[in-house]
Design a protein around this ligand. Structure first.
Ligand SMILES: Cc1cc2nc3c(=O)[nH]c(=O)nc-3n(C[C@H](O)[C@H](O)[C@H](O)COP(=O)(O)OP(=O)(O)OC[C@H]3O[C@@H](n4cnc5c(N)ncnc54)[C@H](O)[C@@H]3O)c2cc1C
Length: 459
């Protein structure tokens, strides 16, 4: 790396990569460096092969969450074009601009290898009217489903396009930053120090603790009081076909009449697979699916998450979510799976019962009793929602459908930034999931584009 740049981007995930791509697209004369903690995209490989290595061996850098392409590199590539969920970008840039940016990101994806992938729409759908009869609220959204395979191709094409113009270093974690007397920013890594006038922190969820610490050290305020806890639900794909064929991803909200908590469906993967996710050593559950029909499974999975907001005196909502995930890990050695019927009957699912199940799990997880790990308030709300969904989609409450635990959506501290994602320090920007303003590919990428345009204009 050079000693000095005009712009330095920390983190090569959705936000960082789209910022870099926008600088190149604008043909900006700025000198730009990008520092990524993880590996180059083509070197990223999780060692779990289900054979020799069955569970997480805690690599120095987790190839699922870190590396060029960021947390979304091996994801399902669902780009939700909506202000209804996926982050609060619209609160900063306005509703219209936010949608415009997300459509722009979609155009780039289409021009870089995504052409032919489907864009679905839930607005004014018949399903929405039907769902409401059962107190289920289907949120309006458009979603582009790239699929894990196309998503990877697009990222590779973007990296190829920017590689000669952006100085990109990988396997290098930024350890600290410092403001120099002339207002520029020093960025310190184990291999040396470099500096820039403009510094964009785009470290995602995996680097959010680091970013929060850096901001705290600089006296930049942040707040966090939310965590979503739940399970990943899996059933035969034909049960949900009627919905997923029409809208692919349906974000459905349900407020329990008993607990008062709100539960929602999240990250729907028709004919997909359930996967394990490692967040800072804690094993949680997630899901994905491929566009390529030859890689389809016979099941559909989605998360059912209950949102918890905490008030004084408790502040650390992420620690609460982590604690519950750790409890599941302690009982199951990782992710736990249970049949819905066993859960309702207060029975542990054991290997024998799981083997008898008509639903074949797509993830090899330890059978157990989720009620031992997930708090009653959360679990009761989820069970109630499954029965409500069963009215809209008969078969959802079948005995053999599977619940994997624990799925946790951690919310990063919301860093205090202005409408341009600039902190109180001139030239220091925080974007994407690390800023707490997004938790989706679409919005993190859009913020990268937005900030790149602002900086290019300033110079
Ligand atoms: C399995 C999985 C599936 C998902 N599926 C979807 C989906 O279908 N649709 C959707 O909208 N969202 C999905 N998400 C969420 C989505 O991936 C994130 O919201 C998005 O990637 C956020 O982008 P980002 O740029 O803010 O952060 P990230 O993509 O997390 O990128 C941050 C990068 O910064 C690097 N970094 C961190 N700290 C440092 C440091 N100190 N120095 C240098 N580099 C650092 C990290 O290694 C990482 O590569 C999924 C997430 C996972 C894990």
């Amino acid at each position: 790396m050079k000693d000095k740049y005009d712009v330095l981007i920390v983190g090569g995930g959705a936000g960082g990569i789209f910022a870099a791509h926008e600088f190149v697209k604008l043909d900006s004369k700025l000198s730009i460096g990008l520092i990524e903690k993880g590996k180059p995209l083509d070197k990223r490989k999780c060692p779990i092969d289900g054979d020799k290595i069955k569970s997480c061996i805690h690599c120095k850098s987790c190839s699922i969450m870190e590396g060029v392409g960021g947390a979304g590199a091996f994801s399902d590539g669902k780009y939700n074009i909506t202000n209804n969920f996926g982050g609060d970008m619209a609160n900063y840039v306005g509703d219209k601009k936010a949608i415009e940016l997300m459509n722009y990101v979609d155009e780039i994806n289409m021009s870089m290898g995504g052409e032919g992938s489907k864009r679905y729409n839930t607005v004014d759908s018949q399903i929405k009217r039907e769902a409401l009869q059962y107190d289920l609220h289907l949120l309006d959204a458009e979603v582009r489903h790239l699929g894990t395979d196309k998503n990877y191709v697009i990222l590779s094409n973007i990296v190829e396009k920017i590689k000669d113009r952006i100085d990109m270093v990988t396997d290098t974690a930024v350890e600290s930053i410092d403001q120099n007397k002339d207002g520029t920013w020093s960025v310190i890594t184990e291999s040396g120090t470099t500096s820039a006038k403009y510094l964009i922190l785009a470290t995602g969820r995996s680097g959010s603790a680091w970013t929060s610490k850096v901001c705290e050290g600089l006296g930049i305020t942040a707040k966090n009081n939310r965590v979503d806890i739940g399970i990943r639900f899996e059933c035969p794909a034909f049960i949900w076909d009627r919905i997923t064929d029409q809208v692919y991803e349906s974000k459905i909200m349900y407020r329990s009449g008993v607990t008062g908590c709100t539960c929602r469906t999240f990250c729907m993967n028709p004919k997909g697979a359930v996967v394990t996710e490692n967040t800072n050593g804690v094993m949680t559950v997630n899901g994905h699916s491929y566009e390529d029909p030859s890689k389809h499974t016979e099941n559909t999975n989605f998360a059912l998450l209950v949102t918890h907001h905490f008030t004084e005196p408790f502040k650390d909502s992420n620690a609460y979510g982590e604690y519950i995930a750790r409890l599941t890990n302690m009982l199951a050695g990782g992710v736990m799976v249970q049949r819905f019927g066993d859960l309702v009957a207060n029975k542990r699912t054991n290997s024998k019962r799981l083997a008898e199940s008509f639903v074949r799990p797509t993830l090899s997880a330890e059978p157990g009793n989720l009620a031992l790990a997930i708090p009653k308030l959360t679990l009761d709300t989820i069970i109630e929602m499954i029965y409500a969904l069963n009215k809209l989609v008969p078969g959802t409450a079948n005995y053999d459908n599977l619940l994997y635990g624990t799925e946790v959506k951690f919310y990063n501290s919301c860093i205090d930034v202005n409408n341009e994602f600039e902190t109180k320090y001139k030239g220091l920007y925080v974007i994407g999931d690390a800023s707490g303003t997004t938790h989706s590919l679409s919005q993190a990428s859009s913020e990268g584009v937005y900030v790149a345009r602002i900086i290019a204009e300033k110079k």
